[in-house]
Design a protein around this ligand. Sequence first.
Ligand code: F0G
Length: 456
Amino acid sequence: MRIIEPFRIKVVEPIHFTTPAEREVVLRRAGYNLFKVPSTSVIIDLLTDSGTGAMSAEQWAAIMRGDEAYAGSPSFDRFEAAVQDIFGFKHVIPTHQGRAAERILAATLVKPGDLVPNNAHFDTTRANIEAAGATALDIPCAESADLFTPADFKGNMDLDALRETIAEQRDRIPFVMMTVTNNGGGGQPVSMANLKEASEITRAAGIPFYIDACRFAENAYFVRAREKGYENRALIDIAREMFALADGCTMSAKKDGMVNIGGILCTNDDLLAKQEAELLILTEGFPTYGGLAGRDLEAIAVGLYEALDLDYQRYRFSSTEYLGKQIAACGVPILQPPGGHAIYVDAGSMLPHIPRDQYPGQALVIALFRTGGVRTVEIGSVMFGAVNPDTGVETPARFELVRLAIPRRTYTKSQIDYVVDVFGELQSEKEALRGVRIVDQPQRLRHFSAQFEPVN
Ligand code: F0G
């Protein structure tokens, strides 16, 4: 049977259609940086799946129940009960988004000189660990290095590398983290077997094991679909099994919390929870709201369960996979297999005539917007290229990718077909696409504000 959207539309938001000529003007004004383009000029926005999804009628109803008391709000109790029911951790701390949870974790556990291993750090996680004076070490599995050969669990951690790192540097490691699904590694899932072994290795050394749980429900779906023994299990049971392997977690509720804002920090450690709550009060808010409104907590409490609905995840996976298969059928090289929340296009091999120092990923991002008003994000040398401050010489990133992230419950199949059409059009004229040069850039996180100029 055909898999269809397990919802119907109750509220709509108009899309303003622009012409390629209008978009050229917008691009020029934005310095060819899509982060500077007003969202009203975008037709299909695949910049991120973070906080950009649609909430359900039940979530909007829960919002009306939000109790905005500064202290002791029953909205916190409902939020805490939902998180404890699914995640199973003793202490639940709300934060305004994922990176606030990361900052508090780094400030309490990480010392200068420390080392944190992760299958692949998300950029804010890395930045928070580095800001605490430590090293963020990515140890992805070997299969992840090959973009085009599919494997079931390319998000896994390299367990030999974990063993070695712990054997050699035990005293420097405050915790080990596993990111599910692995966003930096193409939205690929982590198997339960890999999680179990990583947890055993870490805990046997007396080190806490943490999960970056942003897309925990998508990961649970992949485990059910691909790992032996899980084919008949409820997603909530799989999620509980994953979290039982950990001592705590961070999460951006803007992903599988199915909300527009929010974050979660959990731990089983009483003393640590106390220290974290103190820091929370300093910058986020009182522990029963932590930088959120009571209504936000209510929406998360409902959203976490909706993310674990099997029909929803089946649709989520198959609609993302559909986009990947369709553009691959046009001859566009994509990271295989399709990820949970996004499709990653290899702009490096799609546009081999554009040298890496002219940013083929950024060239594709610009072309997708100019041709079809589709906004995506470069994940290549603009984002991760390292500039030597003394020589100005730049080392390119590992790959020149473009990410098409799919907001949750937001776009219909015909809108996704439109994106496929835009790729079809670009395929036939891709030799004419030109690279860009950077004309202005800040010192850090340059992709957000750099200005570009087309190369002739
Ligand atoms: N961890 C992962 C794996 C993420 O993907 C993100 C955000 C965060 C942490 C930080 O959460 O944004 O709530 O502070 N990812 C978004 C993205 C921004 O587009 O992939 P946040």
